[in-house]
Design a protein around this ligand. Structure first.
Ligand SMILES: Cc1ncc(COP(=O)(O)O)c(C=O)c1O
Length: 478
């Protein structure tokens, strides 16, 4: 029998801290679902669970936006961080963990011949683009509409938060403060549309320094032949192809999305999944391009600057090394995929049974139910999905003890079969109640008490997804 969850109200302390956060931290006062009702102050992460300071324990599918791939406070990660910290935290100079980690990355990731460390995913995509432009001697980049590559000025355009989509290949900035001149160096193509991409790329080939793509764009998988077509087009024109694997790296497979989808780029960016929540990211790729970062080139002029005070620091590298070694164990990806697939199938089934048009897109370690009855294959088709319903669904799950980003489920290596069962219970609760309401004894009990798993304050059901305000549990209305 699944454990019952009842989300308690914000404690006085949590309310006080939330108010302070709103006042003091304009960029960081985030909520998991973008709704104030979901706001929380986290006090602890343990395995697959996150605990807020009012004492609510959630099954965590947010995973810190992806880094906690091995779960929170994994013993191997804690031990590696502790041991490394005993020897100092940052030297700037090379250290053993960074070299051993580079060796593991080169062995695992198909495109990796050499490695440069940085601190965040944004750094890594920014560095990869700079390397590519230097190698190619051209300034423009081509990115895909809806793709997110972090906060660099060039890539913070036409991503998933774009409101107005101009004609291709015009970009649309996603932030104020990006110099106007940078827009002229960015071209935008539709994901999964190789013909339009080929047309743009061919017209602009002499100006292009790089093509950057998320191999699985957010949770939209590539169509058959799209990545291979991109590989052929860029190779024919000697334009470096960059896979942004900050999310997919070591997550879709040990060799990352490039192994999973069978297409090898020239460069790739890694980050979250090997970080265990520590500041580390990676640019890796072909020696011919990576060699521009060699320090001796400072003297000859053909040098690409990719340094950072914390790059390759021993704590982050020791942690990443421990993670990569855990991921190397036999059977870990098979188990992860089995659990993720079970949850994807349950979402499709139970939301479908509740009469909600849904497509569960992505791969078992990272996916999203998109509320739409039209096929979603790129940014523009995704705009037809009901985003408000997505937010309500995330809120409804939160009220049942399940934490997810409004845009994604991340499944970790430590989510247990029981976690998945409890999550499925939370999703199927309402259709079950409707069946029961048709006359069984249990139905009568539930009418009095609320859903067996989610009594008292947990009043929303899957059918409330149809209501703009969430009208409360069907039982509580009778
Ligand atoms: C695909 C992708 N690339 C890059 C980034 C930026 O990474 P970071 O937030 O570590 O700078 C993100 C972050 O969400 C991402 O999803």
């Amino acid at each position: 029998m699944a454990k019952r969850f009842e989300r308690s109200e914000h404690s006085d302390r949590e309310t006080e801290l939330l108010e302070k956060a709103a006042r003091l931290l304009p960029a960081s006062a985030r909520t998991p679902t973008m709704s104030l009702k979901a706001a929380m102050i986290v006090c602890e992460g343990r395995g697959s669970k996150l605990v807020d300071i009012s004492g609510n324990e959630y099954i965590d599918y947010l995973l810190g936006s992806g880094p906690m791939f091995l779960g929170h406070a994994h013993p191997a990660v804690v031990a590696a961080a502790h041991e490394a910290a005993l020897h100092g935290s940052s030297y700037l100079l090379p250290n053993e963990p960074s070299i051993l980690l580079a060796e593991e990355i080169v062995a695992a990731v198909p495109c990796a011949e050499r490695v440069v460390f940085a601190s965040s995913g944004s750094d890594a995509t920014f560095f990869a683009l700079r390397l590519a432009r230097a190698y190619r001697g051209r300034d423009k980049i081509l990115k895909f509409e809806g793709g997110y590559h972090g906060q660099g000025d060039h890539v913070l355009m036409s991503n998933q938060w774009t409101r107005e989509a101009p004609d291709y290949p015009q970009p649309s900035p996603n932030s104020e403060g990006i110099p106007q001149s940078i827009q002229g160096d960015v071209l935008v193509a539709p994901f999964n549309d190789i013909e339009t991409t080929a047309d743009i790329l061919t017209r602009h080939r002499d100006e292009l320094g790089a093509v950057i793509v998320e191999p699985m764009q957010r949770t939209i998988p590539p169509k058959n032949g799209f990545l291979a077509g991109l590989r052929t087009l860029t190779a024919e024109n000697d334009i470096p192809l960059i896979f942004d694997e900050v999310v997919t790296g070591f997550r879709l497979a040990y060799g990352s999305a490039q192994e999973y989808y069978g297409v090898t780029p020239d460069l790739c960016a890694l980050g979250k999944s090997i970080s265990g929540g520590h500041p580390i990211s990676v640019v890796c790729g072909r020696d011919e391009i990576m060699r521009y970062a060699e320090g001796v080139r400072r003297l000859t002029g053909d040098y690409v600057s990719l340094t950072g005070t914390f790059s390759g620091n021993p704590i982050s590298c020791a942690v990443a090394l421990a993670i990569v070694r855990e991921l190397k164990q036999n059977g870990v990806y098979e188990a992860l995929f089995a659990r993720g697939r079970r949850l994807m199938q349950a979402l499709e089934k139970h939301l479908g049974n509740a009469g909600v048009p849904v497509q569960v897109l992505g791969e078992p370690p990272a996916f999203q139910p998109w509320f739409s009855d039209h096929e979603i294959f790129d940014f523009r088709s995704s705009q037809g999905a009901d985003a408000a319903l997505g937010h309500r669904f995330a809120q409804l799950l939160l009220d049942r003890g399940i934490l997810k980003a409004h845009e994604k489920f991340f499944v970790s290596m430590v989510h247990s079969d029981e976690d998945i069962d409890v999550t499925i219970d939370a999703i199927e609760c309402e259709p079950e109640r409707r069946r029961q309401r048709r006359g069984t004894e249990i139905g009568t009990t539930i009418q009095r008490q609320g859903c067996t798993h989610h009594r008292r304050r947990i009043r929303h059901g899957a059918s409330d997804l149809h209501s703009p305000r969430g009208r409360g549990c069907a039982h509580s209305r009778h």
